[in-house]
Design a protein around this ligand. Sequence first.
Ligand SMILES: [Zn+2]
Length: 87
Amino acid sequence: MLCPFTLVAGLWTCPQCGYVYPRPSDKPPRKNCSKAPSRGLGDTIAKVTRFFGIKSCGGCKKRQAMLNRLFPYRQNSPIPNADDKLE
Ligand SMILES: [Zn+2]
């Protein structure tokens, strides 16, 4: 997910990860947000498998999408670090 930049004092700032683009610009910069929340369990599993160096394949992508549909994370979850809960 890209940073949801907003203009703060003329500089594009990401409220999610705190990144500030150091130059004034008409258009927001494109940057993958490091604090982007996972959309669902499939994303968490993808992160975990990437962490362990497992290459994802077409089947994994399908499984990831399916798991995201089956186990979506609620937006604005009151629980921080929902990614840590893998049960
Ligand atoms: Zn960000």
